[in-house]
Design a protein around this ligand. Structure first.
Ligand SMILES: NC(=O)c1ccc[n+]([C@@H]2O[C@H](COP(=O)([O-])OP(=O)(O)OC[C@H]3O[C@@H](n4cnc5c(N)ncnc54)[C@H](OP(=O)(O)O)[C@@H]3O)[C@@H](O)[C@H]2O)c1
Length: 234
């Protein structure tokens, strides 16, 4: 394991100032009174660096909104996004099956290789896509909105609420990190860490940049093809 990886850990408490409780005690040695820190297993440090946001979002969408028995189906749009890919991997680990709605034919094979049970193309991701998703939900099904990538208002059919008793919920990870107990967060990362270490949860990385390459990094981030990361040793 590289010195950089050895000095890494996931802060499962995710509150800014408390990170200052780590004190550098020597080369690659940190002292901390923070019980939420864990050493990471061997794995891709770039993937671990992205473990704090999209994988927890995916995990909580699958476990914290509706109790889904094994064998349940989950349908999602934007399925080839970082969150969507993590949903496919985590759903498999929980015995759930996924229908994955994407905008482009080019990503169908990729999504199937990831383990998506069904992959369909719907060009209407954005305003009317939620309505199409709700049309696939069972009675009393729940649609969760966690991102507004299309920047358009959501359109849903009133009949979904009136006749099918469906619900629409919002989700923001920030609120969950504020209210979750240490045990809950630890259990979540105990589930996610092996999946990231094994490469089962993996987000494509378009490029890595040094901190002094902000301009190039921002330009690259505006294009598609994966995440753009800053690293001290690109
Ligand atoms: N609520 C929370 O706590 C929370 C946590 C994490 C992320 N998020 C949100 O979740 C969303 C996905 O994040 P991510 O990091 O997973 O994204 P990402 O990996 O950058 O992927 C972006 C996704 O959005 C699609 N997309 C791009 N432009 C679009 C448009 N104009 N209309 C519709 N879809 C479009 C892309 O499809 P193509 O590949 O076909 O372009 C791709 O599937 C973002 O809105 C993010 O802010 C929310």
């Amino acid at each position: 394991m590289s010195p950089w990886a050895r000095a890494s850990g996931i802060c499962t408490k995710a509150t800014g100032p408390s990170c200052l409780s780590c004190i550098r005690a020597g080369p690659n040695v940190y002292k901390t009174g923070a019980p939420w820190l864990r050493p990471l297993p061997p794995g891709d440090i770039n993937q671990f660096a992205m473990m704090g946001v999209n994988p927890p979002t995916a995990y909580l969408l699958l476990t914290n909104i509706v109790k889904l028995p094994r064998g349940s189906w989950v349908i999602q749009n934007g399925a080839n996004s970082g969150v969507g890919r993590a949903i496919v991997a985590i759903a498999k680990s929980l015995g759930l099956r996924t229908v994955n709605v994407v905008r482009r034919h080019e990503v169908i094979t990729d999504m199937k290789e990831l383990g998506g049970d069904v992959v369909v193309v719907d060009g209407s991701v954005g305003d009317t896509s939620p309505m199409n998703l709700m049309g696939c939900l069972s009675e009393s099904g729940v649609l969760v909105s966690y991102g507004g990538t299309s920047r358009k208002p959501m359109v849903v059919h009133p009949g979904s609420f009136i006749f099918k008793r469906q619900k629409v919920r919002g989700f923001w990870l920030y609120y969950r990190y504020q209210s979750a107990t240490l045990d809950e967060i630890t259990a979540m990362f105990d589930h996610l860490t092996p999946l990231v270490a094994a490469g089962t949860i993996a987000t494509p990385v378009a490029a890595t940049y040094r901190f002094d390459q902000v301009r190039e990094a921002v330009t690259r981030a505006a294009q598609s093809g994966g995440k753009v990361l800053f690293t001290p040793n690109p």
